[in-house]
Design a protein around this ligand. Sequence first.
Ligand code: ADP
Ligand code: MG
Length: 503
Amino acid sequence: MLDLTYTEPKPKIYAGAKGDWELVIGLEVHAQVASKSKLFSGASTQFGNEPNSNVSMVDAAMPGMLPVINEFCIEQAVRTGLGLKAQINLYSAFDRKNYFYPDLPQGYQISQLYHPIVGEGEILVDLEPGIARNVRVERIHLEQDAGKSVHDMDPNMSFVDLNRTGVALMEIVSMPDIRSPEEAAAYVTKLRQILRYLGTCDGNMQNGNMRADVNVSVCPAGQYEKFRATGDFSHLGTRCELKNMNSMRFIQMAIDFEAKRQIAILEDGGTITQETRLYDNEKNETRSMRSKEEAHDYRYFPDPDLLPLEIEQSWVDEIAAGLPELPDAKKARFITEFGVTEYDASVLTADLSDANYFEAVAQNRDGKQAANWVINELFGRLNKADLTINDSPISAEQLGGILDLIAKGDISGKIAKDLFEIVWTEGGNPAEIVESRGMKQVTDTGAIEAALDQIMTDNPDQVAKAQANPKLAGWFVGQVMKATGGKANPKAVNEIIAKKLIS
Ligand code: ADP
Ligand code: MG
């Protein structure tokens, strides 16, 4: 496999009044496990159902109900860990994180504090061709999601919807390796891409199926590198946590605001309070939500209803053997197999459906030309129509058919664009359309010569001008094209003009 090499991006520098500052960022991403049923009950995870219709006795925490682990959710967590090249822990265990909230009927969340199912891994966060950072993943643990309190339906009452209660989440915790707002967004983008390739989370951020808690601190420029070398980050600046971010754009804006806020406080001689803050995208500011609680505040203890989770290495190996080709590998393969640029390969592999489409078009054809058509014509047209590749009116087979006609010399690139438009709106077989509508390029030199002869006879002045100044021969190219309805092969036209007119 092609080994792409990268240099690390520079940290973003914030110039303060008294000196330069750098950012330190670590993310905790909650990704909903793609599974039909919940982590410890058989209730459905279907989004958008009638409130409180996806609730089993276990989710409602009825007395005497016992959780039963969903094997598929475990498999999904293991698959995710393998996809992030992480350590899979054959022994893990569930703990109760105790707190009261109306959308949490149990009065505790079942999570994995002491023994997570996945240990250290890494994510290659590629920012642009040649530039990427390997961000370390500290751990992934499984836990239950909570329900939702609804405060805006009635002036006097709040409601609760328990449909989400007990749905399986993977909490994916990064090390504080991220150094700019752009990198943080690129990290979430890459993680989402990998999860979607793996099929372990649908990555739908609008529905809240993937959301990030963003930890931000600042330190004087250059200080981070010293601590990075020691591996001990505990003496870096105090961090604030920006809760529940679910848009790449807002993640960047919130971090930027937070960095400037912290720098202003520190330069003013103040100290940063470790707290949880909320980003208000209308005002573009972060506001304090609550002071940051410590793990001991939750009185974690091993859940007595659940045995420790012990899995077999052979099962892990089986899951590993079934992993799909992941984005980095696919990108490298597209570069070597189809000769596309690193940039184009990144665009084409951003989404698995896009990548599959491109591959079907490029197979046994000119890869660069296929990339051009898929990225510039097809993606451009899909964007304009607000469609995804899955709803593309032109199939890979149809686009491939258009490229074949270009390759055979049947149509020019320009006619191909008209053909693309016809297939987009009317459908049909490209070769048949070209045949039935007489769109074939005229390569018959006799026909082109005859057209040129006629034009020369009709325009003796132009002939004289062009013979005095060969640069003016372009006029004849336009006329021949017009006379042949744009179907003359441009290469043949140029050759014939050069022969007849200039020599
Ligand atoms: P806690 O135990 O309070 O949850 P962790 O050490 O587990 O804290 O870290 C939680 C998240 O905060 C991780 O994603 C980590 O990378 C990030 N983090 C830790 N220290 C810092 C720091 N100084 N600045 C920014 N982020 C940090
Ligand atoms: Mg933690």
